[in-house]
Design a protein around this ligand. Structure first.
Ligand code: AFP
Length: 359
């Protein structure tokens, strides 16, 4: 397909040509792009549109809702509820799945989404995004919560929009990961980044370092080794980035490699993980894997985790494959007791641990 000339609808029709309900899936994804355009317009207006600030309410996660969280949630619902393509929808902003009004025909898909990821960044004009995941619903009747609790491997499509200097959508239907840029003059997303590939190796990592003392030892070991740079076990210098908008961090990784971590931490024992499985980790994991990267909890492939609840959280480590495999190995070594923290830094000051070459 022609880069710079293929619209997202044309691209989806081509990718999903043929089997059963694939045309419906393409149509649903086009509906999602309509919501994304509405959200892009609101985020771009910022203070001029009166959209900034909090609503004074909390979402199901106990987080303060921004006006744009709720407006974006409504934009997705309004774009997708009436087309006869979804059977139901669930989002970060709603405690229970959304039941379609009676007058609308039910479709074969479930749409799960985070309408505005990174929304604590809105008021400071930093990139935010929308993340979505599509699952199949083969039962008759409105879906129950348990119908949504499918492992990420069963997603039939996933994607995100990033509202940055330009608005982009990155999508996968299980045939690679592809990026589109919104041409505001003509109102269309155009294929600009076909078949994105994440390099297997990297020297860039993203993590909220303020949680360092609360991480598990394998993550502390990994980060300590990266920070030791040329003088440590890794033998090369690393760079760090942290935007606090997962979409923005992931987008950078898709463009030039790197890894993103939001691991388990002991800061708040009641909340050991930050990111939500069904509408943050799963869709991003599919996108990353389809681009040749890896996505893990440190102990399992994210896409193979079966959700126990709609708003379940998980540890997340994703991006360049060889670094994620290294993190998995550090977790294994720690769990097997092979990786004892080095007792006395006085005798080996290069790292807290014996590292690669320990006896
Ligand atoms: P918000 O949507 O509440 O801003 O959360 C964003 C997010 O889930 C993810 O996009 C970031 O990577 C992460 O939280 C940022 O967390 P910190 O607040 O620890 O930096």
């Amino acid at each position: 397909m022609l880069q710079g000339r293929t619209t997202i609808s044309k691209f989806l029709i081509e990718q999903l040509r043929g089997a059963d309900d694939q045309a419906d899936l393409a149509a649903l994804l086009v509906d999602v792009t309509a919501a994304v355009k509405a959200i892009a317009s609101m985020t771009a207006k910022g203070a001029l549109g009166g959209y900034l600030g909090s609503l004074g309410t909390e979402n199901v996660q106990g987080e303060t809702q921004k006006k744009l969280d709720v407006l974006s949630n409504n934009a997705v619902i309004q774009a997708c509820e009436w087309g006869g393509l979804v059977a139901g929808m669930a989002s970060e902003e709603m405690e229970e799945p959304y039941v379609l009004p009676r007058q609308f025909e039910r479709g074969a898909f479930l749409l799960v989404f985070d309408p505005l990821d990174g929304s604590s960044n809105i008021d400071v004009n930093v990139s935010v995004g929308t993340i979505f995941s599509v699952l199949r619903h083969s039962k008759i009747g409105d879906p129950s919560v348990t119908d949504y609790l499918r492992p990420g491997i069963e997603q039939v499509a996933a994607g995100y929009a990033i509202y940055g200097p330009s608005t982009m959508m990155v999508i996968t239907v299980g045939k690679g990961t592809h990026g589109f840029t919104l041409d505001r003059e003509i109102g269309n997303f155009i294929l600009t980044h076909p078949d994105l590939k994440i390099p297997e190796d990297t020297t860039e990592f993203a993590i909220n370092a303020s949680n360092e003392r609360f991480w598990e030892p394998p993550v502390q070991r990994y980060v300590a080794e990266c920070k030791a740079g040329k003088t440590g076990d890794r033998g090369c210098d690393f760079n760090t980035r942290w935007i606090a908008s997962m979409v923005a961090d992931v987008h950078r990784i898709l463009m030039r490699g790197g890894i993103f971590m939001y691991p388990k931490d002991a800061k708040d024992p009641g909340k050991p993980w930050r990111l939500r499985l069904m509408y943050e980790a799963n869709p991003i994991a599919l996108i990353v894997e389809q681009a040749g990267g890896a996505a893990s909890t440190g102990r399992a492939r994210i896409l193979e985790v079966t959700p126990a609840a709609l708003h379940q959280r998980v540890p997340v480590m994703l991006g360049s494959k060889n670094e994620i495999e290294r993190l998995d190995r550090y977790h294994r070594e720690y769990d097997n007791g092979d990786d004892k923290p080095f007792a006395s830094p006085l005798f080996k000051d290069r790292s807290l641990y014996g590292g690669e070459n320990r006896a």
